[in-house]
Design a protein around this ligand. Structure first.
Ligand code: FWO
Ligand code: ZN
Length: 381
C-alpha cells in the first residue's frame, strides 16, 4: 500500500530535479527532496532508482483495444490488445475505439475489454461509435451513452474525408456533435468528437464548417491522423491556431509532421498530441482506392516518436513529454489526475533507462513492468 521511490530525476513533465515520491495505494501522496521511510505504518516498499529519470505514464487517446481492420477481408482483422503491449511501452491510460468495422466489432465487447484492462491495472475509457454516421452505440444514442455509461467520454472514431466513411453531410455531423455536447454536459464528461480524418482533399473542412455554423466549442473536436499528408497537416496548423489540438498518429515518420507544425507553422507544442492507433489496421490504398498493403498499429510507436522528437527534432524532454501527457490529459479533461507527477495525481509513473527505454512502470500505484518486462500480465498472457 505504501511505496517510496527514492532519488528520482523527476519530469512532472516540468523538470523538478532529484526527488522522492510517496505513493499511497493508487495515488501520489507526497513529493519531496527526501522522504524518510515511515515507521509504524506497516510494510513500506522502497525503490531506490539512483538518479534515473521518472516521467508520467503516457496517455494514448486512440487504441483499437479489441482489434479492428478487416479492410482486406475477414483474414485481415487485427488482433485484440494484451495488457503487456500497453504497459511495457510506458502507456498507463488508453481510450479504446472501434474503426472501419462497426459490424463484426461491437460496442459491448469494447466496453467489456476496457473494463478488463482496468481490472488488470491500467486506466481506460472508450469512445462510443465507429467510422459510420449514424454510428454504433451501446444504448439508443450517443447522448445516452455519454450520460449512462461511465467509460464513454465521447464519440469516435467518426470517419470524414475518407473513401471508407459513411459520407456524412454537414447536418449529420452537426447533429452528432450536438449529442456529444449535451451528453457530455449531462454526463459530466468531456463529450468529445474524435474524428478519423482520411486522405481526401476535403480534410477537416467539415470540422471548420461545424465551428462556423454552430455554437459548439473547438475543444470538443479532436481530428486524428493529421500527419497523413502535407495538405492535411497544413489544415491542422490552422485548426491549432484557432485554439484546437491536433492529433498526430505516431510512427516512423511522425516526428517530421510534428517538427513541421512547430518550426514551419510556429504552432505551440501545447496544441499537439500523439496517439498510436494501436492494434488498428494501417492499410495502404492506391489513388483508385485499391488496397495495396496492410500493417497493424502498435502502442510502442508513441515512445519511438517521442524519442524522435527529442533526438532528431532537438526538442527538450519536458516539452516533448507534453504531447503524450499534459496535452492529452487536457484534451480528455483529466488534468491533475493523469499525465502529471503531482500530489493527488494517480501514481502512473515510468522509470527510464539511460537510453530512454522503459525500465519500470507503475500504474495506479502498482508495479507493472520491471527491467522492461511485464511482471503483471493480462489474464491469459
Ligand atoms: C488508419 C484504423 C487508416 C481500423 O486510415 O483508421 O486506416 O479500423 O482498424 N487506421 N482502419 C491508419 C493510417 C493513419 C495509417 C485506422 C483502422
Ligand atoms: Zn482512424
Amino acid at each position: 500500500m505504501i511505496k517510496i521511490i527514492k532519488n528520482a530525476n523527476v519530469y512532472s513533465p516540468e523538470p523538478i530535479g532529484k526527488c522522492d515520491i510517496l505513493i499511497l495505494d493508487e495515488r501520489i501522496a507526497h513529493i519531496d527532496s527526501n522522504i524518510p521511510v515511515p515507521r509504524g505504518l506497516g510494510e513500506v516498499e522502497v525503490f531506490d532508482v539512483r538518479g534515473a529519470t521518472i516521467i508520467p505514464g503516457f496517455i494514448d487517446q486512440h487504441v483499437h483495444i479489441i482489434g479492428g481492420g478487416g479492410e482486406g477481408g475477414p483474414a485481415t482483422r487485427t488482433p485484440e490488445i494484451q495488457l503487456s503491449q500497453i504497459t511495457t511501452n510506458g502507456v498507463t491510460t488508453v481510450v479504446g475505439c472501434l474503426g472501419t468495422d462497426g459490424t463484426t466489432r461491437h460496442m459491448y465487447s469494447l466496453l467489456t475489454k476496457a473494463r478488463a484492462l482496468e481490472i488488470e491495472g491500467i486506466t481506460t475509457f472508450i469512445y462510443t461509435g465507429a467510422y459510420e454516421v449514424p454510428t454504433r452505440t451501446i444504448t439508443e444514442n450517443v447522448r445516452n451513452d455519454l450520460i449512462l455509461i461511465d467509460k464513454v467520454i465521447g464519440v469516435g472514431e467518426i470517419a470524414i474525408s475518407d473513401h471508407r466513411s459513411a459520407q456524412p453531410d454537414l447536418s449529420d455531423l452537426r447533429k452528432l456533435a450536438a449529442e456529444a455536447r449535451v451528453g457530455g454536459m449531462l454526463g459530466g464528461k468531456p463529450g468529445l468528437v474524435h474524428f478519423h480524418v482520411g486522405g481526401g482533399p476535403r480534410g477537416i473542412q467539415p470540422i471548420f464548417e461545424i465551428l462556423e455554423t454552430t455554437e459548439l466549442p473547438i475543444a470538443m473536436f479532436t481530428p486524428t491522423h493529421m500527419n497523413r499528408n502535407p495538405e492535411l497537416l497544413e489544415q491542422g496548423a490552422r485548426f491549432a491556431k484557432a485554439g484546437g489540438k491536433v492529433d498526430i498518429t505516431s510512427g516512423p515518420e511522425a516526428y517530421k509532421g510534428i517538427m513541421r507544425l512547430l518550426n514551419e507553422f510556429n504552432i505551440s507544442i501545447d496544441h499537439i498530441t500523439i496517439s498510436s492507433d494501436g492494434n488498428g489496421s494501417l492499410p495502404k490504398f492506391d489513388a483508385d482506392g485499391n488496397l495495396i498493403g496492410l500493417g497493424v498499429g502498435s502502442v510502442r510507436t508513441n515512445l519511438e516518436t517521442w524519442r524522435d522528437v527529442m533526438i532528431k527534432g532537438h526538442v527538450p524532454m519536458e516539452e516533448a513529454l507534453k504531447i503524450l501527457t499534459t496535452n492529452v490529459a487536457q484534451n480528455l479533461n483529466l488534468q491533475g489526475r493523469k499525465g502529471c507527477i503531482a500530489r493527488g495525481a494517480d501514481a502512473d509513473l515510468v522509470e527510464l533507462t539511460d537510453d530512454l527505454e522503459v525500465n519500470r512502470v507503475w500504474a495506479r500505484g502498482r508495479l507493472m513492468v520491471d527491467a522492461g518486462r511485464a511482471i503483471v500480465k493480462g489474464t491469459f498472457e
